[in-house]
Design a protein around this ligand. Sequence first.
Ligand code: GUN
Ligand code: ZN
Length: 659
Amino acid sequence: MFEIKAKDNMGRVGVLKTKHGDVKTPALMPVIHPRKQEIDVGKYGADIVITNAYLIYKDEDLKKEAIEKGLHELIHFDGPIMTDSGSFQLSVYGDVEITNKEVIEFQELIKTDIGTSLDIPTAPFVDREKAESDLEITLERAREAVAYKKEQNMEMLLNSVVQGSTFLDLRRECARELSKLDADLYPIGAVVPLMESYHYKDLVDVVMNSMAELSDTVPRHLMGAGHPMIFALCVAMGCDLFDSAAYILYAEDDRLLSTRGTYKLENLQEMPCSCEVCTKYTPDDLRAMPKEKRRELIAQHNLHVSFAELRLIRQAIYDGNLMELVEERCRAHPALLEAVRHLGNYSKDLEKYDPRSKKSAFFYTGPESLCRSEVIRHVEKLRQMPKKRDLVILPPSRKPYSKFVSGKLGEFYVYGAQKELDLEDTDFMVLDIPFGLIPLEIDEVYPLSQNDAPKTRDVDAIEFAEDFISEFVEYYDQVLIHKRVVNDLELGLYEKSDFSDEIRYHKDDVKKVKAIADYQFGVGAGDALFSGNINIEKSKKTGKIRHIYDGKVLIVNMRASDSYLILSKEGAKRLHNRMPYPQNRVVVNKDSEPFALDGKSVFCKFVVTCDENIRAKDEVLIVNEEDKLLAYGKALLGACEIEQFQTGQAIKTRKGLKK
Ligand code: GUN
Ligand code: ZN
């Protein structure tokens, strides 16, 4: 019922399938009032809406009509409808006149598409005792709802809401317990007070800790989140659905939503966007209108900017630049900027989901960019790479750097004891922002050349570069740092090298492809792949490496767009022979063995286990449980997703090894 089409960080574009049609996610569900609804939200772009089953249940006339004609006719919407259970009323009034079982039964009776159990929305920052006792009830009711749905063979999909207030371990516990149930969607509840009070940093903690324990295969809904300013951030954390009455509540107060914040009509000299309303009317026109008409037009604008933002977010996921959108949006408010900085503490979680290679270049938008998955990932990989005796650090040039390095390199300063140089035993790296040290041999690998940052450094970037140097000088006997790097960073403690004139970089294609293999597949892969009579074929047009052979046997191709090595049959065999299990492996069960051998793609449900370091877009080996090589291909998901998903493709097989 939920299919993921594209991903970026923890954000995904998906399709949610319901009886009343498919919904593209991330999606916004406008809140419909079952009695007082005046605005046709479908006309303004809503594919799915949410309404309140409890309000219908409490009103004799509405209840009767809903039971007779069904919910869709009652609220005049023929797409998918989600219903809430009265939990919100419970949190406001302290009590509701309905039981959990009754509200589940009623939602099925009026033919909702997605119903909700009667969770307890525990406010943020309450006593631990209160949070724990509420949580017990929430979990009990979620279990009861799932069991009741099964027992009665109900058709509707079911929400199980994550609670736990601002206690992060309780959020995790709740999410973990709910994940054991067979609910269909997992909303994250009781976050409205956090958003209303600009506690976005706490929102990040609550959402990330809930997500950590929720299955990746189900849609996740941030309940009551309706301000377009926060959509990008929340999507990057893994939220698929939003709902809100904000579009109409704000309109009621003459306030216009925007991704930059909220505008009060009384302060507007100019209309803030280019929707139909903003192009047809001036602020004075709106102010002069009767209240009802004005409210409808502002609500129309509010829906327009919300849906426009979600389109932009989905496109950013397809393009692979969602984090740039997040960083941009979070400049709308200091509390949001604090939140995106705080999200940097969760980079390791985000990295697990982030595809290895993307269509778009990495753009540095500010210090927050230094915490992105790509940077964290490079630093980790670089630490693992084998190291020579000495290191030469060069200033950045045009990219790819290795193409523009030649001849005498200039003046150098030394860290460590001065020694006679052995260029064969020296690593050459460029120091740049945002990736820190970049070995010249691997500089064409995505995203090490496919990025851009301002040449004028901010203080965080300078500190980042300095930290990099202080760490890496410890790994080498002698570090030679180019004068320009020393000056840029104001590193004052070094003496001049007596050997500056001798420092030259010798390009060596075999070393280069071996280094790329080590970086891509793990240390040792270069020697595993490239032995024998290595023969490197380059593009006549661009001079870039295209194919690598042993004699006449193809080992790998190098993809032009990201310089990743694409295995051939021989390459896969060599990698498999020499790299220890489980590196680069996806292990499939007995049943799927013939399919893999035959070159058919591997579905998640046939995967027994896999290398935890696999990320979407990686080249991988497909083996059986005895580690016999069956096939090789490209991962479509990361390791943690492959292990969880029960449907869909895990690996797009390039070739099976059937004789
Ligand atoms: N609407 C906004 N917050 C919540 C919540 O925590 N639970 C439910 N059921 N509905 C909500
Ligand atoms: Zn507008």
